[in-house]
Ligand binder design. Structure first.
Ligand code: ATP
Ligand code: MG
Length: 264
């Protein structure tokens, strides 16, 4: 059986989360006592150096792997099974080559045993919102990288989950596509009020998208700073238009310099 939660945005809370992996080389301490809370409908980014445990934290939040200790709560209830009321977007689009864009999206309701007649118009609507309605019948190999990631976002949202977990979804895209994707995701989020945990290496992206940014130390990961981003939405392509943008960016740079992650 899998855990299910309501359809509105749900809170996610981690308390003293640790994770240690056992490998042939010995133990890897990925997370070292991590506390955080994401409010229902809040957009929170997690930024930190490579290997600090971001993906591990996301997998624990989704209930796909267990924490070594600590508690992960969704809407105040501890869960130790895979969440069903969640959409996940991974860094690789993970689309099936032999299914068209729309059939990749519909795979999600198909696996969940949902009525496809009802899901199809919603898939078309999501494709339209993501600027992809003309590409519904194309196969992944016929789509650009940005288009594939849009399809995976639609696939993560088709069952209207209350939580969206995104692991560097735009990491492989060029800067211009990334800027446009940031805006499109923001608009979609403003319409749907999902709770979002967004992992990124990009300081601009974290500030551009988030209500709050959580900054992680190098592994084993801890949250070392938390910054509330008080900027109106939707946010512009050029974030420097906001006088306070530089202050947020400098604060994150300063933290990474103090941690030795950035050394200049
Ligand atoms: N299944 C696993 N078995 C053993 N070690 C693992 C496993 N998954 C992750 N790790 C280790 O845990 C640490 C954190 O990995 P994780 O993938 O969470 O980092 P990350 O912050 O997502 O990095 P990146 O930004 O490069 O994606 C790393 O040292 C990694 O090698
Ligand atoms: Mg990762």
């Amino acid at each position: 059986m899998t855990a299910t939660i309501g359809s509105r945005g749900a809170s996610i809370e981690g308390r003293a989360i640790t994770k240690t992996f056992n490998t042939a080389d010995g133990q890897v301490h990925a997370l070292a006592g991590l506390d955080f809370r994401i409010e229902p409908g809040e957009f929170v980014s997690l930024i930190g150096p490579s290997g600090c445990g971001k993906s591990t934290l996301m997998l624990i939040a989704a209930g796909l792997i267990p924490a070594s200790s600590g508690r992960m709560l969704v809407d105040g209830t501890q869960h130790d099974r895979p969440l069903t009321d969640v959409g996940i977007v991974f860094q690789d689009h993970l689309l099936l080559d032999f299914r068209t864009a729309i059939d990749n999206i519909l795979l999600q309701p198909l696996i969940r045993g949902m009525a496809l007649d009802a899901a199809r118009p919603r898939a078309i609507e999501l494709l339209r919102k993501l600027g992809l309605e003309q590409a519904a019948k194309r196969y992944p190999r016929q789509l650009s990288g940005g288009m594939r990631q849009r399809v995976s976002i639609a696939r993560a949202l088709i069952h209207e989950p209350s939580i969206l977990l995104m692991d560097e979804p735009f990491g492989a895209l060029d800067a211009l596509t990334r800027t446009q994707m940031r805006h499109d995701l923001e608009v979609l989020w403003l319409e749907t009020a999902k709770t979002v945990l967004f992992i990124t290496h990009s300081i601009d992206e974290a500030i551009g998208l988030s209500d709050r940014v959580l900054v992680m130390s190098a592994g084993p990961g801890r949250i070392v700073d938390e910054i509330k981003i008080d900027l109106p939405r939707p946010r512009p392509a050029h974030l420097g238009e906001y006088p306070s943008f530089d202050g947020y960016a400098e604060r994150i740079h300063r933290t990474f310099r103090q941690l030795g992650v950035i050394r200049f």
